[in-house]
Structure formats: structure tokens, C-alpha cells
Design a binder for this molecule. Structure first.
Ligand SMILES: [Zn+2]
Ligand SMILES: [Zn+2]
Length: 305
């Protein structure tokens, strides 16, 4: 069984919350490592509701500094402190957030029990901002009213597994194992060639998730996320409100579908819905008319990659 790579929707609303919907926040679980993506108001309540322990989150990615994407952060930082956190917390954000948090800590005379490391995002150029043995995170340059980044989470290619029966049968020398596992052919001292493809088991494609926060329709976004397995793209309005979308630097459901189609993604999830909509079905239908493999973000929904 393969390890987890799943996104839990904590908030699907845009600018303001409703009685049923929270502003943007999502939790990505990659093999039991937890990454919080945006932290709208109430994100910590949602984490509680879906039984996700705060202290397991070590990395928080904030797309931009409109309130519906970060106003829950101060509460979460404070709760982590009150619950006795000691571990470092890394927060990735466009310039300004550290200042906002520091002033609140200063005025309340709070010294956190744990270190916070701030990583300032460059809103102009995609950059690899996180990397470990299994995963990398690259920023996606979005097109909004203020500097705004999306995040592309990509599993690294693992070493291949050897086909032990064939290795034994053909007496492949041990020195060749690493090359074969790395996908390279191996030549022994006598000049005999062992092809990697003959001695390794087929592997599934690396999984990936692209989070495209607030953005106007921009084909350059599609270029940055080509072939991604799961795409979240905002769809604040129906296309009949294209004017409004353009004025506020947001996308319509149809435009989200076009981005998914152009980028040839595996699956699209739309969210960040305007509070004017009570029924999301028309938004879903509109995105599906461009890209059938579309689903809707809803609080508590989990998307497996
Ligand atoms: Zn927003
Ligand atoms: Zn915004």
C-alpha cells in the first residue's frame, strides 16, 4: 500500500466566512508529515474538528496577505504556545507577515516557547522553498492584486525496487544494484550489460499537488503546473460575473476549468467561492464543462492523490 498524500479542506469560502463555510485553509498530509496551506480565520477550530493535532504541523505556507488567507494564524501560533510547543515552526509568506505577528506578540508581552523561522517568498520568480528526502515545494507565481504565490508539492522519484527473483536467477553482481535501482544500466567486468528495466519492478508516478490561491485567469499559471496530479484552483465567481472577477483579480469556474485543461492535470478541485453563492452546483457544472474531472472544495472533504 502506498503512503498517504492527501489534502483536507478546512475552508472553502472567499472573503468572509458563512455559517457553514470558513475562509481558505487546507492541510496536506504527506506520509504523516503535515503541511498547513493558508490559515484563514477559524483554521484552528477546523483542525480541532477534523482531529488534526496542531503540534504535528511544522510548516505553514501563506499565499498572500489578504485577511481571508492568514487571519487565523495569530490564534494558531498562540494556541501552539499555550499547548507547550517546543519544536520550531517554519512559516513561508510574502513580506510583511513577520512584522504583523511580531507586533502582536510584543504588545501582549508574549515570548513564544518555540522558535519561529520566517521564510520570505519572492512573488516574482518560482523558487524551491522546501526540500526533504521525499518531497519538494516550489512556489507558483500567481496574478492577484497584491503579491501572491501558490505552492507546488511534488514527491521525489524514489529508488526502484529490485526484482529479486530475476537478480538471483541471472546472478547480477551486488555492485550493480545501486545503478539498477537508480534506473541506470550496469556493465560488469566482463562487459555484460544488465538493463535496469529488466531487473526492477514498475513504479507508480510521483504524486503532486498544486495549490493555486487567489489569481486572475493567467495562462502562465498553467505552464507552471503542467501535468500535476491534483490541482486546487480558485473559482470565486460564475462566468456571468467575469467583469467582477477581472476587477477583483479572481477567476471564474469556467476559467479554472480552462487552466486545468491547458495544464493537463489529473483532477481539479475548485474553491474560494463568493459568499453570494449558497448552491455550488452551478460553479461545479461550469468548471466541468471545460474539465470533467472536477470536484468541489467543501469543509472536511479529503482528496487523495
Ligand atoms: Zn482570498
Ligand atoms: Zn486575495
Amino acid at each position: 500500500m502506498s503512503s498517504r498524500f492527501e489534502v483536507t479542506i478546512l475552508g472553502s469560502s472567499s472573503a468572509t466566512p458563512t455559517s457553514r463555510r470558513f475562509p481558505t485553509a487546507q492541510l496536506l498530509n504527506v506520509s504523516e508529515r503535515f503541511f498547513l496551506i493558508d490559515c484563514g480565520e477559524g483554521a484552528q477550530i477546523q483542525l480541532r474538528r477534523y482531529k488534526i493535532r496542531f503540534q504535528r504541523i511544522n510548516h505553514i505556507f501563506i499565499s498572500h496577505l489578504h485577511g481571508d488567507h492568514y487571519l487565523g494564524l495569530m490564534g494558531l501560533i498562540s494556541s501552539m504556545h499555550l499547548l507547550g510547543r517546543k519544536k520550531e515552526l517554519v512559516i513561508y509568506s510574502p513580506k510583511g507577515l513577520q512584522e504583523i505577528v511580531d507586533i502582536q506578540l510584543k504588545i501582549s508581552a508574549t515570548v513564544l516557547n518555540y522558535p519561529v523561522k520566517w521564510v520570505e517568498l519572492n512573488p516574482d520568480v518560482p523558487e524551491v522553498i522546501y526540500e526533504d528526502s521525499q518531497l519538494s515545494v516550489t512556489t507558483i507565481i500567481l496574478n492577484h492584486r497584491i503579491p501572491c504565490c501558490g505552492f507546488l508539492f511534488r514527491e521525489k522519484k524514489k529508488l526502484l525496487s529490485l526484482d529479486k527473483a530475476r537478480i538471483t536467477e541471472d546472478k547480477v553482481p551486488v555492485e550493480g544494484f545501486f545503478s539498477l535501482k537508480s534506473g541506470l544500466d550496469f556493465k560488469d567486468q566482463s562487459g555484460r550489460i544488465f538493463r535496469s528495466v529488466d531487473y526492477t519492478l514498475p513504479q507508480s508516478q510521483p504524486r503532486s499537488y498544486a495549490f493555486c490561491s487567489d489569481t486572475r485567469f493567467d495562462p502562465k499559471v498553467a505552464e507552471q503546473i503542467a501535468g500535476v496530479k491534483l490541482l486546487y484552483h480558485e473559482a470565486t465567481f460564475l462566468h456571468e460575473l467575469l467583469d467582477r472577477a477581472e476587477k477583483t483579480a479572481h477567476s471564474t469556474a469556467k476559467e479554472a476549468g480552462i487552466i486545468a485543461k491547458t495544464a493537463e492535470v489529473g483532477k481539479l478541485v475548485i474553491g474560494h467561492f463568493s459568499v453570494r453563492y449558497n448552491d455550488m452546483e452551478p460553479l461545479l457544472a461550469e468548471a466541468k464543462s471545460e474539465f470533467p474531472e472536477t470536484d468541489i472544495a467543501e469543509e472536511g472533504k479529503v482528496f487523495q492523490v
